[in-house]
Write a protein that binds this ligand. Sequence first.
Ligand SMILES: [Zn+2]
Length: 425
Amino acid sequence: MTCTSAYHDQLIEVRRHLHTMPEEGWSEFTTTAFVIGKLREYGYEVLTGTKVINPDNCLGRNPKVVEAGLAYARANGVSEELLAEMEGYTGCVGVLDTGRPGPTLAVRFDIDCVPVTESTEGDHLPAKEGFVSTRPGLMHACGHDAHTSTGLAVAHWFADNKDQMKGRIKILFQPAEEGVRGAAGMAASGVVDDADFFLSSHIAMMCKSGEMSINPYGFLCTTKLDVTYTGRPAHAGVEPNAGRNAMAAACNAFVQLLGIARHGSGMTRINVGQLNAGEGRNVIPSKAVMKMEVRGETGEINQYMYDSAVAIIKGCALAQGCEYTIEKMGEAVDLTNDPELVAVLKDAGEAVPGLKVCEEPMNFGGSEDATILARRVQAHGGKAAFFVLGSDRPSGHHTARFDIQEKDLDTGLAVWANVIGRILG
Ligand SMILES: [Zn+2]
Protein backbone atom coordinates (compact mmCIF):
# COMPACT_ATOMS: atom_id res chain seq x y z
CA MET A 1 0.00 0.00 0.00
CA THR A 2 1.07 3.58 -0.61
CA CYS A 3 2.92 5.18 2.28
CA THR A 4 0.75 7.94 3.74
CA SER A 5 3.75 10.30 3.93
CA ALA A 6 3.36 10.70 0.15
CA TYR A 7 0.28 12.84 0.87
CA HIS A 8 2.05 15.32 3.16
CA ASP A 9 2.19 18.18 0.65
CA GLN A 10 -1.45 17.68 -0.31
CA LEU A 11 -2.54 17.73 3.35
CA ILE A 12 -0.80 21.04 4.03
CA GLU A 13 -1.69 22.70 0.74
CA VAL A 14 -5.41 21.88 0.96
CA ARG A 15 -5.64 22.80 4.64
CA ARG A 16 -3.98 26.16 4.00
CA HIS A 17 -6.12 26.87 0.95
CA LEU A 18 -9.34 26.16 2.87
CA HIS A 19 -8.08 28.18 5.83
CA THR A 20 -7.97 31.32 3.68
CA MET A 21 -11.62 30.98 2.63
CA PRO A 22 -13.73 29.87 5.63
CA GLU A 23 -17.47 29.46 5.10
CA GLU A 24 -20.11 29.23 7.81
CA GLY A 25 -22.69 26.46 8.13
CA TRP A 26 -25.05 25.93 5.14
CA SER A 27 -23.07 28.44 3.02
CA GLU A 28 -20.07 26.20 2.19
CA PHE A 29 -20.69 26.19 -1.59
CA THR A 30 -17.12 27.10 -2.56
CA THR A 31 -15.68 24.50 -0.19
CA THR A 32 -18.15 21.86 -1.43
CA ALA A 33 -17.27 22.66 -5.06
CA PHE A 34 -13.58 22.24 -4.22
CA VAL A 35 -14.24 18.89 -2.52
CA ILE A 36 -16.44 17.62 -5.38
CA GLY A 37 -13.71 18.51 -7.90
CA LYS A 38 -11.05 16.60 -5.97
CA LEU A 39 -13.27 13.55 -5.35
CA ARG A 40 -14.09 13.29 -9.07
CA GLU A 41 -10.42 13.65 -9.91
CA TYR A 42 -9.73 10.62 -7.65
CA GLY A 43 -12.46 8.61 -9.39
CA TYR A 44 -15.27 8.83 -6.85
CA GLU A 45 -18.98 8.86 -7.52
CA VAL A 46 -20.13 12.05 -5.78
CA LEU A 47 -23.58 12.45 -4.24
CA THR A 48 -24.80 16.00 -3.70
CA GLY A 49 -27.83 18.14 -2.83
CA THR A 50 -30.97 16.39 -1.65
CA LYS A 51 -29.32 12.98 -2.17
CA VAL A 52 -27.27 13.68 0.95
CA ILE A 53 -29.36 16.31 2.79
CA ASN A 54 -33.03 15.84 3.58
CA PRO A 55 -34.50 19.37 3.39
CA ASP A 56 -37.19 18.45 5.95
CA ASN A 57 -34.52 17.85 8.58
CA CYS A 58 -32.30 20.88 7.95
CA LEU A 59 -31.68 22.61 11.26
CA GLY A 60 -30.66 26.24 11.65
CA ARG A 61 -30.38 26.94 7.91
CA ASN A 62 -30.63 30.71 7.48
CA PRO A 63 -31.72 31.66 3.91
CA LYS A 64 -29.68 34.90 4.07
CA VAL A 65 -26.51 32.96 4.89
CA VAL A 66 -27.28 30.52 2.05
CA GLU A 67 -27.72 33.43 -0.41
CA ALA A 68 -24.45 35.03 0.71
CA GLY A 69 -22.70 31.68 0.27
CA LEU A 70 -24.04 31.35 -3.27
CA ALA A 71 -22.88 34.86 -4.11
CA TYR A 72 -19.43 34.11 -2.70
CA ALA A 73 -19.26 30.90 -4.76
CA ARG A 74 -20.19 32.77 -7.95
CA ALA A 75 -17.54 35.37 -7.16
CA ASN A 76 -15.07 32.50 -6.78
CA GLY A 77 -15.97 31.15 -10.23
CA VAL A 78 -17.97 28.08 -9.11
CA SER A 79 -19.97 27.02 -12.19
CA GLU A 80 -23.77 27.30 -12.38
CA GLU A 81 -23.82 23.64 -13.36
CA LEU A 82 -22.13 22.62 -10.11
CA LEU A 83 -24.33 24.94 -8.05
CA ALA A 84 -27.41 23.39 -9.70
CA GLU A 85 -26.15 19.94 -8.68
CA MET A 86 -26.00 21.13 -5.07
CA GLU A 87 -29.67 22.21 -5.17
CA GLY A 88 -28.98 24.87 -2.53
CA TYR A 89 -27.55 22.36 -0.04
CA THR A 90 -23.88 22.22 0.87
CA GLY A 91 -21.85 19.11 1.68
CA CYS A 92 -21.37 15.97 -0.39
CA VAL A 93 -20.54 12.28 -0.14
CA GLY A 94 -17.85 10.51 -2.17
CA VAL A 95 -18.48 6.81 -2.83
CA LEU A 96 -15.90 4.34 -4.08
CA ASP A 97 -16.78 0.69 -4.57
CA THR A 98 -13.84 -1.68 -4.88
CA GLY A 99 -16.04 -4.16 -6.77
CA ARG A 100 -15.09 -6.88 -4.27
CA PRO A 101 -17.55 -8.10 -1.66
CA GLY A 102 -17.01 -6.57 1.75
CA PRO A 103 -18.42 -4.14 4.28
CA THR A 104 -19.51 -0.56 3.70
CA LEU A 105 -17.51 1.91 5.77
CA ALA A 106 -18.80 5.47 6.22
CA VAL A 107 -16.36 8.12 7.47
CA ARG A 108 -17.35 11.69 8.19
CA PHE A 109 -15.46 15.00 8.04
CA ASP A 110 -17.02 18.42 8.73
CA ILE A 111 -16.34 21.45 6.53
CA ASP A 112 -17.75 24.63 8.14
CA CYS A 113 -16.09 27.49 10.01
CA VAL A 114 -16.81 29.61 13.09
CA PRO A 115 -17.98 33.26 13.20
CA VAL A 116 -14.71 34.59 14.66
CA THR A 117 -12.33 37.19 13.22
CA GLU A 118 -8.86 35.67 12.88
CA SER A 119 -5.83 37.28 14.47
CA THR A 120 -3.43 38.95 12.03
CA GLU A 121 -0.64 39.30 14.59
CA GLY A 122 2.78 38.38 13.25
CA ASP A 123 3.32 35.50 15.65
CA HIS A 124 0.05 33.79 14.65
CA LEU A 125 1.28 31.17 12.18
CA PRO A 126 -1.45 31.50 9.51
CA ALA A 127 -0.74 35.26 9.42
CA LYS A 128 3.02 34.75 9.39
CA GLU A 129 2.87 32.10 6.65
CA GLY A 130 0.31 33.98 4.55
CA PHE A 131 -2.76 31.76 4.81
CA VAL A 132 -4.81 33.78 7.29
CA SER A 133 -8.58 34.05 6.69
CA THR A 134 -9.40 36.55 3.95
CA ARG A 135 -12.93 36.95 5.37
CA PRO A 136 -13.29 39.16 8.45
CA GLY A 137 -15.78 37.66 10.89
CA LEU A 138 -15.18 34.12 9.65
CA MET A 139 -12.38 31.73 10.60
CA HIS A 140 -11.55 28.06 10.64
CA ALA A 141 -11.17 28.31 14.41
CA CYS A 142 -12.13 24.72 15.20
CA GLY A 143 -9.87 22.84 12.79
CA HIS A 144 -12.53 21.78 10.29
CA ASP A 145 -10.14 22.92 7.53
CA ALA A 146 -7.81 20.19 8.82
CA HIS A 147 -10.72 17.73 8.86
CA THR A 148 -11.68 18.50 5.24
CA SER A 149 -8.06 18.26 4.13
CA THR A 150 -7.69 14.93 5.94
CA GLY A 151 -10.92 13.65 4.34
CA LEU A 152 -9.59 14.45 0.88
CA ALA A 153 -6.23 12.84 1.64
CA VAL A 154 -8.08 9.73 2.91
CA ALA A 155 -10.08 9.73 -0.35
CA HIS A 156 -6.91 10.03 -2.43
CA TRP A 157 -5.06 7.32 -0.48
CA PHE A 158 -7.99 4.91 -0.67
CA ALA A 159 -8.39 5.43 -4.42
CA ASP A 160 -4.65 4.81 -4.93
CA ASN A 161 -4.91 1.55 -2.96
CA LYS A 162 -8.33 0.33 -3.94
CA ASP A 163 -6.98 -2.76 -5.73
CA GLN A 164 -5.88 -4.06 -2.34
CA MET A 165 -9.21 -3.24 -0.66
CA LYS A 166 -12.63 -4.86 -0.47
CA GLY A 167 -16.14 -3.49 0.09
CA ARG A 168 -17.04 0.15 -0.27
CA ILE A 169 -16.15 3.47 1.30
CA LYS A 170 -18.47 6.45 1.72
CA ILE A 171 -16.70 9.67 2.65
CA LEU A 172 -19.09 12.24 4.11
CA PHE A 173 -18.22 15.94 3.95
CA GLN A 174 -20.80 17.34 6.35
CA PRO A 175 -21.91 20.98 6.42
CA ALA A 176 -22.91 23.08 9.45
CA GLU A 177 -21.38 21.17 12.36
CA GLU A 178 -21.11 24.37 14.40
CA GLY A 179 -24.35 24.74 16.29
CA VAL A 180 -24.81 20.99 15.69
CA ARG A 181 -27.08 21.60 12.69
CA GLY A 182 -25.89 19.65 9.66
CA ALA A 183 -25.85 16.01 10.72
CA ALA A 184 -29.62 15.64 11.21
CA GLY A 185 -30.34 16.42 7.54
CA MET A 186 -27.54 14.15 6.35
CA ALA A 187 -28.72 11.29 8.59
CA ALA A 188 -32.33 11.74 7.45
CA SER A 189 -31.23 11.47 3.80
CA GLY A 190 -30.49 7.80 4.52
CA VAL A 191 -26.95 8.07 3.15
CA VAL A 192 -25.43 6.10 6.07
CA ASP A 193 -28.25 3.58 6.45
CA ASP A 194 -26.32 0.88 4.58
CA ALA A 195 -23.08 1.46 6.52
CA ASP A 196 -21.71 -1.49 8.48
CA PHE A 197 -19.20 0.79 10.17
CA PHE A 198 -19.10 4.53 10.89
CA LEU A 199 -16.14 6.55 12.11
CA SER A 200 -15.48 10.20 12.70
CA SER A 201 -12.87 12.24 14.51
CA HIS A 202 -12.01 15.70 15.82
CA ILE A 203 -8.58 17.27 15.97
CA ALA A 204 -7.07 18.76 19.18
CA MET A 205 -9.83 19.29 21.81
CA MET A 206 -8.54 17.65 25.02
CA CYS A 207 -5.60 15.80 23.39
CA LYS A 208 -2.05 17.02 22.84
CA SER A 209 0.18 16.39 19.83
CA GLY A 210 1.28 12.76 19.78
CA GLU A 211 -1.85 11.54 21.58
CA MET A 212 -5.02 9.91 20.39
CA SER A 213 -8.14 9.29 22.49
CA ILE A 214 -10.10 6.21 21.47
CA ASN A 215 -12.64 6.40 24.28
CA PRO A 216 -13.96 9.96 24.51
CA TYR A 217 -17.05 10.45 26.66
CA GLY A 218 -19.18 13.37 27.78
CA PHE A 219 -20.75 14.21 24.41
CA LEU A 220 -23.58 16.23 25.92
CA CYS A 221 -26.93 15.71 24.28
CA THR A 222 -28.26 19.08 23.29
CA THR A 223 -31.22 20.78 21.66
CA LYS A 224 -30.96 24.35 20.33
CA LEU A 225 -34.22 26.30 20.19
CA ASP A 226 -35.54 29.58 18.86
CA VAL A 227 -38.63 30.61 20.82
CA THR A 228 -40.91 33.31 19.39
CA TYR A 229 -43.66 34.93 21.46
CA THR A 230 -46.31 36.87 19.58
CA GLY A 231 -48.62 39.21 21.49
CA ARG A 232 -50.60 42.25 20.44
CA PRO A 233 -49.32 45.84 20.27
CA ALA A 234 -51.29 48.63 21.97
CA HIS A 235 -50.84 52.27 23.07
CA ALA A 236 -49.15 52.11 26.46
CA GLY A 237 -51.04 55.18 27.71
CA VAL A 238 -54.43 55.01 26.02
CA GLU A 239 -55.31 51.34 26.35
CA PRO A 240 -52.51 49.09 27.64
CA ASN A 241 -55.24 46.62 28.54
CA ALA A 242 -55.73 45.93 24.81
CA GLY A 243 -52.14 44.74 24.44
CA ARG A 244 -50.67 41.28 24.95
CA ASN A 245 -47.14 41.63 26.26
CA ALA A 246 -44.73 39.28 24.49
CA MET A 247 -41.70 40.74 26.29
CA ALA A 248 -43.27 40.01 29.67
CA ALA A 249 -43.88 36.42 28.58
CA ALA A 250 -40.26 36.06 27.45
CA CYS A 251 -38.76 37.70 30.55
CA ASN A 252 -40.82 35.53 32.87
CA ALA A 253 -39.85 32.46 30.89
CA PHE A 254 -36.18 33.47 30.99
CA VAL A 255 -36.07 33.62 34.79
CA GLN A 256 -38.04 30.43 35.25
CA LEU A 257 -35.94 28.52 32.68
CA LEU A 258 -32.80 29.12 34.73
CA GLY A 259 -34.65 27.61 37.69
CA ILE A 260 -35.46 24.21 36.19
CA ALA A 261 -34.65 21.67 38.90
CA ARG A 262 -31.32 19.91 38.25
CA HIS A 263 -31.55 16.21 37.37
CA GLY A 264 -30.40 13.66 39.89
CA SER A 265 -29.04 11.21 37.31
CA GLY A 266 -26.49 13.37 35.52
CA MET A 267 -25.21 16.68 34.19
CA THR A 268 -27.57 19.30 32.81
CA ARG A 269 -27.05 22.71 31.22
CA ILE A 270 -29.36 25.49 30.12
CA ASN A 271 -28.67 28.84 28.54
CA VAL A 272 -30.77 31.63 27.08
CA GLY A 273 -28.13 33.44 25.04
CA GLN A 274 -30.17 36.10 23.31
CA LEU A 275 -33.46 37.91 23.74
CA ASN A 276 -34.81 40.49 21.30
CA ALA A 277 -38.13 42.09 22.08
CA GLY A 278 -40.32 45.12 21.70
CA GLU A 279 -41.04 47.91 19.25
CA GLY A 280 -40.65 51.18 21.14
CA ARG A 281 -41.02 53.05 24.44
CA ASN A 282 -44.78 53.60 24.40
CA VAL A 283 -45.92 50.41 22.65
CA ILE A 284 -46.91 47.23 24.44
CA PRO A 285 -44.27 44.79 23.09
CA SER A 286 -45.91 42.40 20.64
CA LYS A 287 -42.92 40.26 19.72
CA ALA A 288 -40.04 38.55 21.53
CA VAL A 289 -37.47 36.07 20.21
CA MET A 290 -35.26 34.00 22.51
CA LYS A 291 -32.29 31.93 21.34
CA MET A 292 -31.66 29.19 23.86
CA GLU A 293 -30.28 25.69 24.40
CA VAL A 294 -30.56 22.80 26.80
CA ARG A 295 -28.03 20.03 27.37
CA GLY A 296 -28.03 16.75 29.25
CA GLU A 297 -25.61 13.94 29.93
CA THR A 298 -27.94 11.40 28.33
CA GLY A 299 -30.79 11.57 25.86
CA GLU A 300 -33.23 11.05 28.70
CA ILE A 301 -31.83 13.91 30.77
CA ASN A 302 -31.74 16.23 27.76
CA GLN A 303 -35.37 15.33 27.07
CA TYR A 304 -36.22 16.18 30.69
CA MET A 305 -34.59 19.62 30.23
CA TYR A 306 -36.40 20.13 26.93
CA ASP A 307 -39.81 19.09 28.29
CA SER A 308 -39.38 21.28 31.38
CA ALA A 309 -38.40 24.24 29.17
CA VAL A 310 -41.42 23.75 26.90
CA ALA A 311 -43.78 23.66 29.91
CA ILE A 312 -42.39 27.00 31.14
CA ILE A 313 -42.46 28.60 27.68
CA LYS A 314 -46.07 27.51 27.26
CA GLY A 315 -47.14 28.60 30.75
CA CYS A 316 -45.61 32.06 30.35
CA ALA A 317 -47.39 32.49 27.00
CA LEU A 318 -50.69 31.57 28.62
CA ALA A 319 -50.12 33.98 31.49
CA GLN A 320 -49.72 36.92 29.09
CA GLY A 321 -52.30 35.82 26.51
CA CYS A 322 -49.60 35.43 23.86
CA GLU A 323 -48.98 32.83 21.17
CA TYR A 324 -45.65 31.03 20.94
CA THR A 325 -43.66 28.92 18.49
CA ILE A 326 -40.62 26.75 19.18
CA GLU A 327 -38.23 26.05 16.31
CA LYS A 328 -35.51 23.43 16.65
CA MET A 329 -32.23 24.92 15.38
CA GLY A 330 -29.72 22.20 16.21
CA GLU A 331 -29.35 18.82 17.83
CA ALA A 332 -26.73 16.36 19.02
CA VAL A 333 -26.97 13.15 20.99
CA ASP A 334 -24.62 11.14 23.19
CA LEU A 335 -22.50 8.28 21.92
CA THR A 336 -20.94 5.13 23.27
CA ASN A 337 -18.21 3.76 21.03
CA ASP A 338 -18.75 0.17 19.95
CA PRO A 339 -15.99 -1.99 21.56
CA GLU A 340 -15.28 -3.75 18.25
CA LEU A 341 -14.25 -0.44 16.68
CA VAL A 342 -12.40 0.73 19.81
CA ALA A 343 -10.22 -2.39 19.39
CA VAL A 344 -9.62 -1.47 15.73
CA LEU A 345 -8.71 2.12 16.72
CA LYS A 346 -6.29 0.90 19.39
CA ASP A 347 -4.57 -1.45 17.02
CA ALA A 348 -4.46 1.17 14.24
CA GLY A 349 -3.14 3.89 16.57
CA GLU A 350 -0.47 1.68 18.13
CA ALA A 351 0.84 0.88 14.67
CA VAL A 352 1.75 4.57 14.17
CA PRO A 353 5.28 5.15 15.50
CA GLY A 354 5.44 7.65 18.37
CA LEU A 355 1.68 7.93 18.85
CA LYS A 356 0.33 7.41 22.37
CA VAL A 357 -3.08 5.73 22.37
CA CYS A 358 -5.14 6.87 25.38
CA GLU A 359 -7.60 4.11 26.24
CA GLU A 360 -8.89 5.61 29.47
CA PRO A 361 -12.14 7.57 29.12
CA MET A 362 -11.40 11.25 28.32
CA ASN A 363 -13.99 14.00 28.64
CA PHE A 364 -14.77 15.49 25.22
CA GLY A 365 -16.58 18.27 27.06
CA GLY A 366 -18.72 19.54 24.21
CA SER A 367 -21.41 18.52 21.80
CA GLU A 368 -20.67 17.02 18.38
CA ASP A 369 -23.32 16.13 15.82
CA ALA A 370 -21.35 13.23 14.32
CA THR A 371 -23.16 11.43 17.16
CA ILE A 372 -26.43 11.75 15.20
CA LEU A 373 -24.91 9.92 12.23
CA ALA A 374 -23.23 7.40 14.53
CA ARG A 375 -26.50 6.64 16.32
CA ARG A 376 -28.29 6.30 12.97
CA VAL A 377 -25.75 3.67 11.89
CA GLN A 378 -26.07 1.87 15.23
CA ALA A 379 -29.87 1.93 14.93
CA HIS A 380 -29.54 0.12 11.60
CA GLY A 381 -27.33 -2.57 13.12
CA GLY A 382 -23.93 -1.08 12.23
CA LYS A 383 -21.01 -0.21 14.52
CA ALA A 384 -19.83 3.33 15.23
CA ALA A 385 -17.02 5.12 17.00
CA PHE A 386 -15.53 8.59 17.40
CA PHE A 387 -11.94 9.38 18.25
CA VAL A 388 -9.87 12.47 18.96
CA LEU A 389 -6.53 13.08 17.32
CA GLY A 390 -4.35 15.29 19.50
CA SER A 391 -2.72 18.54 18.46
CA ASP A 392 -1.07 21.26 20.52
CA ARG A 393 -2.92 24.53 20.09
CA PRO A 394 -1.68 27.98 21.05
CA SER A 395 -5.20 29.12 21.93
CA GLY A 396 -8.59 27.49 22.60
CA HIS A 397 -11.08 26.33 20.00
CA HIS A 398 -13.27 29.15 18.63
CA THR A 399 -10.73 31.89 19.47
CA ALA A 400 -8.92 34.30 17.14
CA ARG A 401 -5.51 32.70 17.69
CA PHE A 402 -6.61 29.06 17.42
CA ASP A 403 -4.27 26.89 15.39
CA ILE A 404 -3.21 23.27 15.09
CA GLN A 405 0.20 21.69 14.43
CA GLU A 406 0.32 20.70 10.79
CA LYS A 407 2.65 17.77 11.49
CA ASP A 408 -0.28 16.12 13.27
CA LEU A 409 -2.13 15.90 9.94
CA ASP A 410 0.40 13.28 8.84
CA THR A 411 -0.24 11.32 12.04
CA GLY A 412 -3.98 11.61 11.50
CA LEU A 413 -3.80 10.31 7.95
CA ALA A 414 -1.62 7.39 9.08
CA VAL A 415 -4.24 6.50 11.71
CA TRP A 416 -7.08 6.71 9.18
CA ALA A 417 -5.16 4.55 6.68
CA ASN A 418 -4.48 1.95 9.37
CA VAL A 419 -8.13 1.95 10.44
CA ILE A 420 -9.46 1.66 6.88
CA GLY A 421 -6.88 -1.02 6.06
CA ARG A 422 -8.11 -3.06 9.02
CA ILE A 423 -11.77 -2.80 7.99
CA LEU A 424 -11.61 -2.86 4.20
CA GLY A 425 -8.14 -4.34 3.63
ZN1 LIG B 1 -15.25 21.48 15.74
